[in-house]
Design a protein around this ligand. Structure first.
Ligand code: BYC
Length: 478
């Protein structure tokens, strides 16, 4: 029986910092302590490659409303990856599905074991995948501030892996322990054992990709965690609630990272009175748009098919809810409701079809995500407008470059115009990064590891971290 959490304060005297009273369950503690060296080996071999002495990092120490993290310079392999669940609400009840109104579960019901395990494994698989994708970025960081943010994101994705591994070890027996091992053995981009979801096998070879990834792909994480936070399986809910706190910083890195790239491009465009900033050390707006198109479309795929019986079953069983479930004004069971979802007719026309609300839940979540993504585009366009420029960035059509779901079999332009395979071949380089674009962006990625300095293709941030100035010594390199 897994140990219950009695308080929010972490025990830092233990090998594995935690607020789940791990010391009360010796078997579980030993199992996790034997996974710990494997995690550290994975971190050393698949984690960040740039050697550092220490990094100014925040470490989660508590789950309370105030002061949940502490900041300080830490040698990265000594980072205290811990297990933290948000505080328990003893009166919490299932908020949706056929068990609505019943007390939430402290254990895994036998009939939902395999579905819950699958959801936790998929979630867990993405966390180390992103660390692997970003492992070489340190060598080309545009500033020490950015380098520190990269490492902060990396250590916290490592902690999110711990969060899922805790659930697997504590609640899923031998199979759970085996899955926890597998999470360290699959690798991003591997031919033989790739990561589970498509976007996590793509490369993150440059910092424009990194900001796009943290804006668009981490934002899928925000929405998926938001639905798992609603889960009737209370330990999963409490784990995800706390992960979402850390996730907010990752979103900030993406949003302001793209702000700063656009800002710098605008400055160079105005200075030289040209759109063609390629030879001038900045990233052209057309290239930014192509990167946006790519990262947005692969992230849309992460929500699964437009219709899915998997998601209907998860919802009815109480395993995975909707975004902000308790703010929805309906019966939270949806057994007789319907929804219009994007679809492809037999003659290849993009339209909408009415389906049961339950099988349309991936679409419901994807729509919440899309409207959130519009927020970023609005922000970046404000930078263009304030500079008196007429160009605008935009999100491509929902069917553009999709590999999962209703539009996987067709090609359309960013405006949603259907294209023949041949036409797509001819024109896709106008919309997605070409080798030439990637090579140019990579050529800009010269490291700036000097305190207070910044690369020429990006503007400095408005604020530093934790009240520190931009020229703070965020990272000590070796
Ligand atoms: N790539 O019924 P469908 C994050 C598979 S990100 C490859 O529509 P479902 C983070 C699917 O498994 C958040 N395969 O799928 C971000 C199914 O296979 P089977 C991660 C895919 O189950 C940045 C089949 O296609 N968390 O945290 O309704 C940094 C039919 O699909 C993909 C989660 O995703 C794909 N993209 O929905 C760090 C939450 N999509 O059963 C971290 C947990 C689908 O036919 N996962 N397939 O063999 C889920 O809720 C769902 O599994 C999914 C898919 C939303 C992913």
């Amino acid at each position: 029986m897994p140990a219950k959490n009695h308080g929010a304060t972490a025990d830092y005297t233990e090998k594995i910092p935690n607020n789940v009273s791990l010391h009360e369950d010796r078997r579980l503690q030993r199992a996790l302590e034997s996974w710990q060296p494997n995690f550290l080996t994975w971190w050393q071999t698949m984690g960040p490659t740039l050697p550092t002495q220490d990094v100014y990092l925040r470490t989660a120490v508590n789950v309370g409303r105030e002061g949940w993290a502490q900041f300080g310079h830490v040698p990265m392999p000594e980072y205290r990856w811990g297990i933290f669940l948000a505080e328990r609400d003893p009166g919490r009840r299932v908020g949706f599905g056929e068990h609505k109104g019943e007390p939430v579960w402290d254990k895994v019901p036998g009939e939902y074991r395999s579905e819950l395990q699958r959801l936790i494994v998929i979630q867990g698989d993405t966390e180390p995948a992103s660390v692997e994708q970003q492992r070489n970025l340190g060598a080309t960081a545009p500033s020490l501030y950015d380098l520190r943010n990269l490492f902060q994101v990396n250590v916290e994705e490592g902690r999110h892996l711990w969060a899922m591994v805790y659930l697997l070890h504590a609640y899923f027996g031998r199979e759970g322990r085996e899955e926890a091992e597998e999470l360290l053995h699959r690798n991003s981009g591997s031919e033989d054992s790739p990561r589970i979801l498509g976007a996590f096998n793509e490369e993150t070879p440059d910092w424009l990709s990194f900001y796009m990834f943290t804006y668009f792909t981490d934002r899928d994480g925000k929405y998926q965690l938001g639905t798992l936070k609603e889960s009737a399986f209370d330990p999963l809910s409490r784990t995800c609630e706390f992960m979402l706190k850390e996730e907010a910083h990752h979103m900030m890195v993406g949003t302001t990272g793209i702000d700063r790239v656009v800002q710098r491009t605008v400055e160079v465009m105005r200075e030289h009175d040209t759109e063609d900033v390629g030879g001038l050390g900045a990233i052209p707006l057309t290239t930014i748009q192509k990167y946006l198109n790519f990262h947005y479309s692969v992230s849309l795929d992460l929500f699964g098919g437009e219709t899915s019986t998997n998601v209907a079953n998860y919802y009815t069983a109480g395993l995975k809810g909707r975004w902000l479930e308790d703010r929805r004004k309906d019966d939270h069971q949806l057994s007789s409701d319907s929804i219009m979802v994007e679809s492809l007719s037999e003659d290849g026309q993009i339209g909408q079809t009415e389906v049961s609300a339950l099988v349309g839940l991936n679409t419901d979540l994807r729509r919440e995500y899309i409207s959130d993504c519009q927020g970023g585009v609005k922000r970046w366009n404000r930078i263009l407008a304030e500079a008196g420029l007429g160009q605008r960035l935009k999100l491509p059509h929902i069917a553009f470059n999709r590999k999962v779901g209703a539009f996987a079999g067709i090609e359309v332009s960013p405006d949603g115009e259907p294209l023949s395979g041949q036409e797509w071949q001819r024109r896709s380089g106008d919309w997605l990064p070409t080798d030439v674009d990637k090579t140019y962006v990579r050529s800009l990625m010269q490291p700036v590891h000097e305190r207070g300095k910044i690369a020429a293709w990006i503007a400095p941030p408005r604020n530093g971290i934790n009240g520190q100035p931009f020229d703070y010594d965020y990272v000590h390199l070796i």
